[in-house]
Design a protein around this ligand. Sequence first.
Ligand code: HSE
Length: 380
Amino acid sequence: MKIGLLGHGTIGGGVDQIIGGIEGMEVKSVVSLEVDDSFRDRHVNGIDDIVNDPEIDTVVEVMGGVEPAFTFVSKAMKAGKNLVTANKALVAAHYEDLIRLSEENGVSFRATASAGGSIPWLVNLSRAKRADTILELAGIMNGTTNFILSKMKNEGADFDETLREAQALGFAEADPSADIDGADIRRKLNISANIAYDVQIPEDSIDTFGIRNVTSQDIRNAAALGRTLKLAGFSGKTEDGIFAYVEPVLLPSEDVMAYIPSNYNLIRYRGAYAGIQSYVGEGAGRYPTAYNVVEDLFDILAGEKHFYTVTAVPAVPDNTAPVHRYYVRTSVITPGLLEMAEDRQDGYVITKPVSVRGMHSFIREQLIRDPAAFIAGIPD
Ligand code: HSE
Protein backbone atom coordinates (compact mmCIF):
# COMPACT_ATOMS: atom_id res chain seq x y z
CA MET A 1 0.00 0.00 0.00
CA LYS A 2 1.46 3.36 -1.04
CA ILE A 3 0.01 6.33 0.77
CA GLY A 4 -0.29 10.05 0.08
CA LEU A 5 -0.48 11.86 3.42
CA LEU A 6 -2.33 15.18 3.58
CA GLY A 7 -1.20 16.94 6.76
CA HIS A 8 1.82 16.25 8.96
CA GLY A 9 0.82 17.86 12.26
CA THR A 10 -0.03 16.13 15.54
CA ILE A 11 -2.00 13.26 13.97
CA GLY A 12 -0.20 13.11 10.60
CA GLY A 13 3.19 12.89 12.30
CA GLY A 14 1.89 10.01 14.43
CA VAL A 15 0.48 8.20 11.39
CA ASP A 16 3.81 8.58 9.58
CA GLN A 17 5.70 7.18 12.56
CA ILE A 18 3.43 4.15 13.05
CA ILE A 19 3.42 3.29 9.34
CA GLY A 20 7.22 3.55 9.34
CA GLY A 21 7.29 0.33 11.36
CA ILE A 22 4.79 -1.63 9.26
CA GLU A 23 5.84 -3.86 6.41
CA GLY A 24 3.70 -3.47 3.30
CA MET A 25 2.67 0.14 4.02
CA GLU A 26 4.62 3.20 2.93
CA VAL A 27 3.95 6.93 3.16
CA LYS A 28 5.29 7.84 -0.27
CA SER A 29 4.33 11.54 -0.47
CA VAL A 30 3.34 14.22 2.04
CA VAL A 31 1.51 17.51 1.52
CA SER A 32 2.07 19.84 4.47
CA LEU A 33 2.37 23.57 5.05
CA GLU A 34 5.32 23.05 7.37
CA VAL A 35 8.16 20.70 6.53
CA ASP A 36 10.71 19.05 8.81
CA ASP A 37 13.64 16.71 8.21
CA SER A 38 11.60 13.59 9.02
CA PHE A 39 9.80 13.87 5.65
CA ARG A 40 11.59 16.56 3.63
CA ASP A 41 12.55 14.02 0.95
CA ARG A 42 8.90 12.89 0.62
CA HIS A 43 7.33 16.35 0.67
CA VAL A 44 5.46 17.32 -2.52
CA ASN A 45 4.03 20.65 -3.54
CA GLY A 46 0.33 19.91 -3.70
CA ILE A 47 -2.56 17.51 -4.10
CA ASP A 48 -1.97 17.12 -7.85
CA ASP A 49 1.40 15.45 -7.19
CA ILE A 50 -0.53 12.79 -5.25
CA VAL A 51 -3.54 12.55 -7.57
CA ASN A 52 -1.27 12.11 -10.62
CA ASP A 53 0.99 9.50 -9.02
CA PRO A 54 -0.27 6.10 -10.23
CA GLU A 55 1.71 4.31 -7.51
CA ILE A 56 -0.30 5.93 -4.73
CA ASP A 57 -3.44 3.91 -4.03
CA THR A 58 -4.61 5.48 -0.75
CA VAL A 59 -4.86 9.01 0.64
CA VAL A 60 -4.83 9.73 4.38
CA GLU A 61 -6.33 13.15 5.13
CA VAL A 62 -5.45 14.60 8.54
CA MET A 63 -5.27 18.31 7.68
CA GLY A 64 -8.49 19.22 9.49
CA GLY A 65 -11.15 21.72 8.41
CA VAL A 66 -13.70 21.43 5.64
CA GLU A 67 -11.80 23.24 2.88
CA PRO A 68 -9.49 22.67 1.13
CA ALA A 69 -9.74 19.15 2.59
CA PHE A 70 -12.98 18.32 0.71
CA THR A 71 -11.62 19.57 -2.63
CA PHE A 72 -8.44 17.53 -2.12
CA VAL A 73 -10.12 14.26 -1.12
CA SER A 74 -12.73 14.59 -3.90
CA LYS A 75 -9.93 14.85 -6.47
CA ALA A 76 -8.14 11.90 -4.95
CA MET A 77 -11.24 9.64 -4.86
CA LYS A 78 -12.13 10.58 -8.44
CA ALA A 79 -8.59 9.51 -9.36
CA GLY A 80 -9.30 6.08 -7.83
CA LYS A 81 -7.55 6.50 -4.46
CA ASN A 82 -9.01 5.09 -1.25
CA LEU A 83 -9.64 7.62 1.52
CA VAL A 84 -8.95 7.37 5.24
CA THR A 85 -9.62 10.49 7.28
CA ALA A 86 -9.69 11.52 10.93
CA ASN A 87 -11.27 14.86 10.05
CA LYS A 88 -14.58 15.29 11.92
CA ALA A 89 -15.42 18.63 10.33
CA LEU A 90 -15.05 17.12 6.86
CA VAL A 91 -17.11 13.98 7.55
CA ALA A 92 -19.88 15.84 9.40
CA ALA A 93 -20.22 18.42 6.61
CA HIS A 94 -19.90 16.02 3.64
CA TYR A 95 -21.04 12.63 4.93
CA GLU A 96 -23.35 11.91 2.00
CA ASP A 97 -20.91 13.29 -0.62
CA LEU A 98 -18.09 11.10 0.67
CA ILE A 99 -20.23 7.96 0.54
CA ARG A 100 -21.33 8.83 -3.01
CA LEU A 101 -17.76 9.53 -4.13
CA SER A 102 -16.66 6.24 -2.62
CA GLU A 103 -19.41 4.32 -4.44
CA GLU A 104 -19.09 6.10 -7.78
CA ASN A 105 -15.35 5.58 -7.91
CA GLY A 106 -15.19 2.10 -6.37
CA VAL A 107 -12.84 3.20 -3.59
CA SER A 108 -12.90 2.77 0.17
CA PHE A 109 -13.85 5.53 2.56
CA ARG A 110 -13.12 5.04 6.25
CA ALA A 111 -13.15 7.55 9.10
CA THR A 112 -12.95 5.56 12.32
CA ALA A 113 -10.63 8.07 14.01
CA SER A 114 -13.10 10.92 13.39
CA ALA A 115 -15.09 9.98 16.53
CA GLY A 116 -13.62 8.57 19.72
CA GLY A 117 -9.88 8.86 19.00
CA SER A 118 -8.52 5.37 19.65
CA ILE A 119 -11.93 3.73 20.18
CA PRO A 120 -13.28 1.45 17.43
CA TRP A 121 -16.66 3.10 18.03
CA LEU A 122 -17.82 3.81 14.47
CA VAL A 123 -16.67 0.37 13.31
CA ASN A 124 -18.76 -1.29 16.01
CA LEU A 125 -21.72 1.02 15.55
CA SER A 126 -21.92 0.23 11.84
CA ARG A 127 -21.53 -3.46 12.65
CA ALA A 128 -24.20 -3.31 15.39
CA LYS A 129 -26.87 -1.82 13.19
CA ARG A 130 -26.73 -4.77 10.77
CA ALA A 131 -28.67 -6.99 13.18
CA ASP A 132 -30.04 -4.47 15.66
CA THR A 133 -31.97 -1.20 15.81
CA ILE A 134 -30.00 1.57 17.48
CA LEU A 135 -32.42 3.36 19.80
CA GLU A 136 -30.07 5.81 21.54
CA LEU A 137 -26.47 6.86 21.65
CA ALA A 138 -24.64 9.12 24.06
CA GLY A 139 -21.22 9.87 25.37
CA ILE A 140 -18.27 11.88 26.46
CA MET A 141 -16.83 12.43 23.00
CA ASN A 142 -14.21 15.09 23.61
CA GLY A 143 -10.91 14.44 25.36
CA THR A 144 -10.00 18.08 25.93
CA THR A 145 -13.13 19.03 27.87
CA ASN A 146 -13.12 15.80 29.85
CA PHE A 147 -9.48 16.48 30.74
CA ILE A 148 -10.41 20.00 31.90
CA LEU A 149 -13.49 18.98 33.92
CA SER A 150 -11.67 16.02 35.52
CA LYS A 151 -8.78 18.23 36.64
CA MET A 152 -11.09 20.97 37.89
CA LYS A 153 -12.97 18.39 39.99
CA ASN A 154 -10.06 16.29 41.25
CA GLU A 155 -7.35 18.92 41.67
CA GLY A 156 -9.26 22.21 41.86
CA ALA A 157 -7.39 23.19 38.67
CA ASP A 158 -7.93 26.45 36.83
CA PHE A 159 -9.87 26.28 33.52
CA ASP A 160 -7.51 28.37 31.34
CA GLU A 161 -4.36 26.72 32.66
CA THR A 162 -5.79 23.23 32.11
CA LEU A 163 -6.87 24.13 28.58
CA ARG A 164 -3.30 25.23 27.80
CA GLU A 165 -2.09 21.89 29.16
CA ALA A 166 -4.56 20.04 26.90
CA GLN A 167 -3.21 22.01 23.94
CA ALA A 168 0.40 21.17 24.83
CA LEU A 169 -0.54 17.47 25.11
CA GLY A 170 -2.03 17.53 21.58
CA PHE A 171 -5.62 16.93 22.73
CA ALA A 172 -7.19 20.26 21.76
CA GLU A 173 -8.14 21.40 18.27
CA ALA A 174 -6.05 24.08 16.52
CA ASP A 175 -8.81 26.47 17.56
CA PRO A 176 -9.83 25.10 20.99
CA SER A 177 -13.14 26.95 20.91
CA ALA A 178 -14.38 23.92 18.91
CA ASP A 179 -13.66 21.82 22.01
CA ILE A 180 -14.94 24.10 24.75
CA ASP A 181 -18.04 25.32 22.87
CA GLY A 182 -19.10 21.77 22.01
CA ALA A 183 -18.70 21.91 18.19
CA ASP A 184 -16.24 19.02 18.25
CA ILE A 185 -18.71 16.77 20.12
CA ARG A 186 -21.51 18.00 17.88
CA ARG A 187 -19.60 16.76 14.82
CA LYS A 188 -18.84 13.37 16.39
CA LEU A 189 -22.47 13.02 17.50
CA ASN A 190 -23.58 14.04 14.03
CA ILE A 191 -21.41 11.38 12.35
CA SER A 192 -22.51 8.72 14.88
CA ALA A 193 -26.21 9.55 14.50
CA ASN A 194 -25.92 9.53 10.70
CA ILE A 195 -24.52 6.02 10.84
CA ALA A 196 -26.86 4.77 13.58
CA TYR A 197 -30.10 6.00 12.02
CA ASP A 198 -29.17 6.11 8.29
CA VAL A 199 -29.70 9.86 8.13
CA GLN A 200 -27.84 13.03 7.17
CA ILE A 201 -28.29 15.65 9.88
CA PRO A 202 -27.27 19.26 9.20
CA GLU A 203 -24.62 20.05 11.79
CA ASP A 204 -26.10 23.36 12.90
CA SER A 205 -29.48 21.77 13.70
CA ILE A 206 -28.00 20.05 16.78
CA ASP A 207 -28.62 22.17 19.91
CA THR A 208 -25.20 22.73 21.49
CA PHE A 209 -23.96 24.36 24.69
CA GLY A 210 -20.35 23.94 25.87
CA ILE A 211 -18.28 24.59 28.99
CA ARG A 212 -16.77 27.99 28.13
CA ASN A 213 -18.62 29.48 31.13
CA VAL A 214 -18.06 26.71 33.66
CA THR A 215 -16.60 27.84 37.01
CA SER A 216 -15.11 26.07 40.00
CA GLN A 217 -18.29 26.99 41.85
CA ASP A 218 -20.33 24.99 39.30
CA ILE A 219 -18.11 21.97 40.00
CA ARG A 220 -18.65 22.44 43.75
CA ASN A 221 -22.40 22.92 43.27
CA ALA A 222 -22.50 19.66 41.27
CA ALA A 223 -20.68 17.84 44.09
CA ALA A 224 -23.10 19.29 46.67
CA LEU A 225 -25.94 17.82 44.59
CA GLY A 226 -24.13 14.45 44.66
CA ARG A 227 -23.35 14.65 40.94
CA THR A 228 -20.40 14.99 38.55
CA LEU A 229 -20.27 17.54 35.77
CA LYS A 230 -19.37 16.28 32.28
CA LEU A 231 -19.88 17.53 28.72
CA ALA A 232 -21.65 14.98 26.54
CA GLY A 233 -23.66 14.39 23.39
CA PHE A 234 -27.06 12.65 23.31
CA SER A 235 -29.16 11.34 20.48
CA GLY A 236 -32.04 8.93 20.04
CA LYS A 237 -35.03 7.79 18.05
CA THR A 238 -38.53 8.95 18.93
CA GLU A 239 -41.86 7.89 17.43
CA ASP A 240 -41.67 10.84 15.05
CA GLY A 241 -37.98 11.11 14.27
CA ILE A 242 -34.72 11.68 16.10
CA PHE A 243 -33.29 14.04 18.70
CA ALA A 244 -29.67 15.17 19.07
CA TYR A 245 -28.03 17.68 21.41
CA VAL A 246 -24.79 18.51 23.19
CA GLU A 247 -24.75 19.96 26.71
CA PRO A 248 -23.05 19.83 30.11
CA VAL A 249 -24.68 17.21 32.27
CA LEU A 250 -24.80 16.53 36.02
CA LEU A 251 -24.35 12.77 36.18
CA PRO A 252 -25.49 10.69 39.16
CA SER A 253 -22.89 8.51 40.84
CA GLU A 254 -24.49 5.32 39.47
CA ASP A 255 -23.67 6.39 35.89
CA VAL A 256 -20.28 4.98 34.88
CA MET A 257 -19.79 8.01 32.60
CA ALA A 258 -19.25 10.08 35.78
CA TYR A 259 -15.95 8.25 36.39
CA ILE A 260 -14.30 8.68 32.97
CA PRO A 261 -10.94 10.36 33.64
CA SER A 262 -8.50 12.62 31.80
CA ASN A 263 -8.62 12.58 27.97
CA TYR A 264 -10.69 9.38 27.89
CA ASN A 265 -14.04 9.09 26.13
CA LEU A 266 -16.98 6.85 26.91
CA ILE A 267 -19.46 6.36 24.07
CA ARG A 268 -22.44 4.05 24.28
CA TYR A 269 -25.47 2.94 22.35
CA ARG A 270 -28.66 1.16 23.32
CA GLY A 271 -29.76 -1.44 20.83
CA ALA A 272 -33.20 -3.06 20.78
CA TYR A 273 -31.54 -6.48 21.10
CA ALA A 274 -28.05 -5.83 22.46
CA GLY A 275 -29.12 -3.42 25.19
CA ILE A 276 -26.46 -0.95 26.34
CA GLN A 277 -22.97 -1.32 24.89
CA SER A 278 -20.24 1.07 26.12
CA TYR A 279 -16.82 1.80 24.66
CA VAL A 280 -14.05 3.46 26.64
CA GLY A 281 -10.59 4.57 25.53
CA GLU A 282 -8.34 7.54 24.90
CA GLY A 283 -10.39 9.99 22.88
CA ALA A 284 -7.67 12.44 21.86
CA GLY A 285 -3.95 12.66 21.32
CA ARG A 286 -1.36 11.87 18.66
CA TYR A 287 -0.88 8.11 18.94
CA PRO A 288 -4.38 7.04 20.04
CA THR A 289 -5.89 8.84 17.03
CA ALA A 290 -3.14 7.85 14.59
CA TYR A 291 -3.58 4.22 15.70
CA ASN A 292 -7.21 4.18 14.49
CA VAL A 293 -6.19 5.74 11.15
CA VAL A 294 -3.74 2.87 10.65
CA GLU A 295 -6.40 0.31 11.65
CA ASP A 296 -8.55 1.68 8.81
CA LEU A 297 -5.63 1.19 6.43
CA PHE A 298 -5.41 -2.46 7.51
CA ASP A 299 -9.15 -2.84 6.86
CA ILE A 300 -8.68 -1.48 3.34
CA LEU A 301 -5.84 -3.95 2.76
CA ALA A 302 -8.25 -6.66 3.93
CA GLY A 303 -10.71 -5.59 1.20
CA GLU A 304 -13.24 -3.58 3.25
CA LYS A 305 -15.05 -0.90 1.24
CA HIS A 306 -16.92 1.68 3.28
CA PHE A 307 -18.93 1.06 6.41
CA TYR A 308 -21.56 3.76 6.38
CA THR A 309 -24.82 3.51 4.53
CA VAL A 310 -26.32 4.00 1.12
CA THR A 311 -29.56 5.49 2.47
CA ALA A 312 -28.62 8.75 4.15
CA VAL A 313 -32.05 10.41 4.39
CA PRO A 314 -32.02 14.13 5.29
CA ALA A 315 -33.27 14.59 8.86
CA VAL A 316 -33.54 17.45 11.36
CA PRO A 317 -33.54 16.61 15.08
CA ASP A 318 -36.70 17.36 17.07
CA ASN A 319 -35.40 18.40 20.50
CA THR A 320 -38.84 19.15 21.91
CA ALA A 321 -39.13 15.44 22.74
CA PRO A 322 -36.35 14.96 25.34
CA VAL A 323 -37.36 16.54 28.66
CA HIS A 324 -35.41 16.81 31.95
CA ARG A 325 -34.54 19.16 34.79
CA TYR A 326 -31.71 21.69 34.44
CA TYR A 327 -29.19 23.43 36.64
CA VAL A 328 -29.15 27.12 35.63
CA ARG A 329 -26.49 29.40 37.13
CA THR A 330 -27.08 33.04 36.30
CA SER A 331 -26.95 36.39 38.03
CA VAL A 332 -30.00 37.64 36.10
CA ILE A 333 -33.19 35.99 37.33
CA THR A 334 -36.00 36.60 34.85
CA PRO A 335 -39.75 35.92 35.24
CA GLY A 336 -39.34 33.20 32.58
CA LEU A 337 -36.68 31.46 34.67
CA LEU A 338 -38.76 31.73 37.86
CA GLU A 339 -41.66 30.14 36.02
CA MET A 340 -39.44 27.17 35.14
CA ALA A 341 -37.89 26.93 38.63
CA GLU A 342 -38.53 24.02 40.96
CA ASP A 343 -35.87 25.01 43.52
CA ARG A 344 -33.86 28.20 44.02
CA GLN A 345 -30.45 28.04 45.70
CA ASP A 346 -27.71 30.59 46.34
CA GLY A 347 -26.58 31.54 42.80
CA TYR A 348 -28.45 28.89 40.84
CA VAL A 349 -31.86 27.47 40.02
CA ILE A 350 -33.00 23.89 39.49
CA THR A 351 -35.80 23.83 36.95
CA LYS A 352 -38.81 21.59 36.58
CA PRO A 353 -38.52 19.19 33.64
CA VAL A 354 -38.32 21.26 30.44
CA SER A 355 -37.58 20.30 26.85
CA VAL A 356 -34.04 20.46 25.52
CA ARG A 357 -35.22 22.77 22.75
CA GLY A 358 -36.91 25.06 25.31
CA MET A 359 -33.81 25.29 27.54
CA HIS A 360 -31.38 25.84 24.65
CA SER A 361 -33.63 28.63 23.29
CA PHE A 362 -33.74 30.15 26.80
CA ILE A 363 -29.96 30.07 27.31
CA ARG A 364 -29.27 31.62 23.89
CA GLU A 365 -31.37 34.63 24.98
CA GLN A 366 -30.09 34.57 28.56
CA LEU A 367 -26.47 34.89 27.36
CA ILE A 368 -27.36 38.32 25.97
CA ARG A 369 -28.58 39.38 29.45
CA ASP A 370 -25.85 37.49 31.36
CA PRO A 371 -22.84 36.44 29.21
CA ALA A 372 -21.49 34.29 32.09
CA ALA A 373 -24.64 32.14 32.48
CA PHE A 374 -24.26 28.36 32.55
CA ILE A 375 -26.61 25.40 32.26
CA ALA A 376 -26.32 21.66 32.77
CA GLY A 377 -28.91 18.95 32.20
CA ILE A 378 -29.97 16.80 35.16
CA PRO A 379 -30.91 13.29 34.03
CA ASP A 380 -33.32 11.39 36.32
N1 HSE B 1 -9.88 17.89 20.15
C1 HSE B 1 -10.40 16.57 20.12
C2 HSE B 1 -10.69 16.11 21.54
C3 HSE B 1 -9.43 15.66 19.44
O1 HSE B 1 -10.23 16.78 22.48
O2 HSE B 1 -11.39 15.13 21.71
C4 HSE B 1 -9.93 14.28 19.16
O3 HSE B 1 -10.99 14.27 18.25
